[in-house]
Structure formats: structure tokens, C-alpha cells
Design a protein around this ligand. Structure first.
Ligand code: HAM
Length: 422
């Protein structure tokens, strides 16, 4: 029976995995530069965590979560994002009590959302994200933005646009909420059912509605920027000033409200060039109430996440290839049964010496073994026949120029190593 991969998922095949490894390596290297440490949390969590953390009225919680019951009748969810899990872990392990604050963390791993699959939108996707917990200093907002941009730039992306907004503090939100209700209420009948529900529960979400996006009342909706309290406005000015100092350019977009409920103060997205409809590469912001919402002490937080899937699309559009073809240091070709019997031990010695080496396993003739060595971009081919075996030596061919030398078995690893660095 032929069983297909689930809709919205994909395999990373061996010819693609070096690209993924390069991206992950770059993410780790950049986090190391910025002094962020890795955290790994489970792929599933209690459903409650996301209902509370991400927000009951968000699309993620309402429509997109992979919920299931385990055999112990527990309500569990495949994580749709990383922030709630990181905060849960921060609270559960009392990381806030450690002396080195803020706690600067990063993660790379799969997330799951039941969305309509399209280019740049899959049901399992891989996020690289960072979270800085324990400091409300505006320089951390600027730092996480700089980290994301440094990561993209290291990979060679040039067409990046940073879009910035502030959602202010709770006072800002309360005043803006009132204004939004007054604005939408008289005509709410013209909006979708979701928006009608959102009106009283969480009117900010109306601004993020995909269905009613083009309704004329959207464009004239009260802008949160006009409701920032003095201190929220001053905070935002500070973040912007630090970005200016760092030479990071940005666009302000007062409609950037993000799809998760935990944000306040700074929110941002990074857009890239894209072939399809989706150009958002990364999103993040500040979430000062989330730690206490999830049972911890009042603690500030800020972070972002990006997906490798969308990054790959952007790399493709900008025509950037991250890795060249992989090559073997040497390929061992055997002629005849006696030589074949000797090859595995020699191969093992070469590998133990740190050389990338392989041999034939398909009973190929010598010519075909050389062709195989070529396909593997082998730098050297080591040939062992009966004659060579009798003298405990091999003939080593340098593939770049065809030159050949005879080398004793015991000296093979050192010989190839010295020639590789020539
Ligand atoms: P988000 O905007 O929901 O935020 O997702 C962040 C990024 O994940 C998006 O910009 C996009 O690159 C990627 N992404 C989301 N859904 C999909 C999908 N279905 N397929 C492919 N890529 C996708 C968050 O998840 C927040 N936790 C970010 C954050 C961290 N805020 C503060 N800290």
C-alpha cells in the first residue's frame, strides 16, 4: 500500500539537508555572538498553555491547533509556536532566580499549525526564535531585531525591510480598545462572524482579519500610535533611537498588530522579497505580561521567530546558494576479491584519521568504481589490486591532474592528509 506524506508537510531530502544544516549552524553562531543560549522544550504541551499564552481569540487557538487527548485523557497540543513553551519552562524551572539576568534563550525546531498550505505556509514548519526574559530595557528590543537582521545578512540576503509598531502599555490598550469598539460597532453587521465575536472580546484582532481586510472601516480605524501613553511613547522613541544609532532602517506601520495576543510595546516584522503572496520572513515583539500570565513573577520579555521555510524561499528569490556540492577526500577502488577483503579495514583507518572516505558496495567493475568516485567528487582514488596487496601498498590517483603515486598501506592516511593541504 502506498501512503503519502500528510498535507502541508514535506521531506528534507539528502540533497537539501546540507542547506538546512548551514542555516542552523548560522543561527547557532549568531546566537553565540549575541550570548543567547539554546533551550529545547517538548513538541507537545498542555492545551491550556497556548489558550492562555497565545490567546483564546487568536486564529491560532481558534482554528489552527493540533489538539489531541492522550491515553491518560489529558488535553495536549502540538506546539504552534515557541514563546509560550519557553516562558512555561522559564517559570517551571525558576530561571528568573538565576543570577545572570536577563535570560537570553534561543530555539530551533518544528511547530505545527493547521493552516491552508501554500508557498511559505506549511502545517509543520521550523522556527528559529529567540526570547530575552527579565529586562524591560529598550536596548534588548533593538538587540533582538539586530540579531535577526545579522542572521539574514550572514546568509547573504539583501532585500530586507523592517516594519515596526508599538502596541503600548495596558493603559494604551484600554483606551484604544474603547475607540475601536466605538468605530466598528455601528457597522459590525457588515463584518465576518469572527469579527462580530471579536468586537467585545478583543477588537484589536479585527484589524488582523484576513476576510475583512478591504472593508473601508479598516483604513479609517483608530491608530494605536495615537493612544500611546507618555511613557509608552517614550519607550518606543528609545527603541527607535537605538535602531537609528545602529544604522538599522525601518518603516513604521501602525496597523502591525501581530497574530498573537501577548504583545505590548514594540512589535516588528521583517519582510523579504518573495515570489508568492507571503513576504513576512520573521515576526516578534515585546510581551511584558506573559510570564505573570503563566504563573511566574512580573517579568518583561521580548523576542522573535522566523521560519526556515520562508527563508529558503527568500534565498531562492535572491538566487543565493548556501552550499556547494559535497566531496569525498578519497574513494577506495578494489580490483579482485582479495583486495576487496582488505578495503574495509583500510577505509576504517582513513575515517579514523578524519578523512571523508568511501568505497563501492554494489559490486561495480573498476571503471564504474571510478565513475562513482567522480560522482562523489572524490579528490583521490586509492586503487588496490592483487599486486598492490602483495606489497602492502596502494596506488593513489589525484583526480585533479591524474598524477599517480604508490603509497604503503600504513602511510596512506598521512599521505592523503598532507596532499589535501598542499
Ligand atoms: P508568528 O508571526 O506567528 O510569531 O510566527 C513567526 C514566523 O514563523 C513567521 O514570520 C513565519 O516566518 C513563520 N511561520 C508562521 N507560520 C508559518 C507557517 N504555517 N509556515 C511557515 N512559516 C510560518 C510567533 O510564532 C511568535 N512566537 C514570535 C515571537 C517570539 N514573538 C516573541 N517571541
Amino acid at each position: 500500500m502506498f501512503i503519502q506524506i500528510p498535507r502541508g508537510t514535506y521531506d528534507v531530502l539528502p540533497d537539501q539537508s546540507p542547506v538546512w544544516q548551514k542555516i542552523e549552524e548560522t543561527a547557532r553562531a549568531v546566537c553565540d555572538l549575541f550570548n543567547y543560549k539554546e533551550i529545547r522544550t517538548p513538541l507537545f504541551e498542555s492545551t491550556d498553555l497556548f489558550q492562555r499564552g497565545v490567546g483564546d481569540t487568536t486564529d491560532i487557538v481558534q482554528k489552527e491547533m493540533y489538539n489531541f487527548k492522550d491515553r491518560g485523557d489529558r488535553n495536549l497540543t502540538l506546539r504552534p509556536e515557541g514563546t509560550a513553551s519557553v516562558v512555561r519552562s522559564f517559570v517551571e524551572h525558576k530561571l528568573y532566580g538565576l543570577p545572570d539576568q536577563p535570560t537570553k534563550l534561543y530555539y530551533i525546531g518544528p511547530m505545527f499549525r493547521y493552516e491552508r498550505p501554500q508557498s511559505g505556509r506549511t502545517r509543520q514548519f521550523t522556527q528559529f526564535g529567540v526570547e530575552a526574559l527579565g529586562s524591560a530595557d529598550p536596548s534588548i528590543d533593538a538587540e533582538v531585531i539586530a540579531l535577526a537582521l545579522t542572521f539574514y545578512q550572514r546568509l547573504g540576503l539583501k532585500h530586507l525591510k523592517l516594519v515596526l509598531n508599538s502596541l503600548g502599555d495596558p493603559e494604551t490598550r484600554a483606551a484604544h480598545r474603547k475607540a475601536l469598539i466605538a468605530h466598528f460597532k455601528p457597522s459590525i453587521g457588515e463584518f465576518c462572524e469572527d469579527c462580530q465575536r471579536r468586537l467585545e472580546k478583543n477588537p484589536l484582532r479585527i484589524l488582523d482579519c484576513k476576510k475583512d481586510h478591504d472593508h473601508p472601516l479598516m483604513a479609517t480605524a483608530p491608530s494605536i500610535i495615537d493612544y500611546l501613553t507618555d511613557s509608552a511613547a517614550a519607550y518606543f522613541e528609545n527603541v527607535k533611537a537605538m535602531l537609528d544609532e545602529m544604522g538599522i532602517t525601518y518603516e513604521l506601520d501602525p496597523t502591525l498588530v501581530r497574530g498573537l495576543d501577548y504583545y505590548n510595546h514594540t512589535t516588528f516584522e521583517i519582510m523579504g522579497s518573495s515570489k508568492g503572496a507571503i513576504s513576512t520572513l520573521a515576526g516578534g515583539g515585546r510581551y511584558n505580561g506573559l510570564v505573570s500570565e503563566l504563573g511566574g513573577p512580573e517579568t518583561a520579555g521580548v523576542g522573535f521567530a522566523l521560519s526556515i521555510e520562508r527563508l529558503l524561499l527568500a534565498l531562492d528569490v535572491e538566487d543565493i546558494s548556501l552550499v556547494g556540492p559535497a566531496s569525498l577526500d578519497c574513494y577506495l577502488a578494489a580490483i579482485g576479491g582479495h583486495a576487496e577483503a582488505k578495503v574495509p579495514a583500510l577505509l576504517n583507518e582513513l575515517r579514523k584519521a578524519g578523512l571523508r572516505a568511501d568505497k563501492d558496495y554494489m559490486d561495480r567493475k573498476v571503471k564504474a568504481q571510478f565513475r562513482q568516485a567522480d560522482r562523489e567528487h572524490a579528490k583521490f582514488v586509492v586503487v588496490i589490486g592483487d599486486d598492490e596487496l602483495a606489497h602492502q601498498e596502494a596506488s593513489v590517483k589525484k583526480m585533479a591532474d591524474g598524477s599517480q603515486e604508490t603509497v604503503s598501506f600504513s602511510k596512506l592516511p598521512d599521505y592523503i592528509k598532507s596532499k589535501l593541504t598542499d
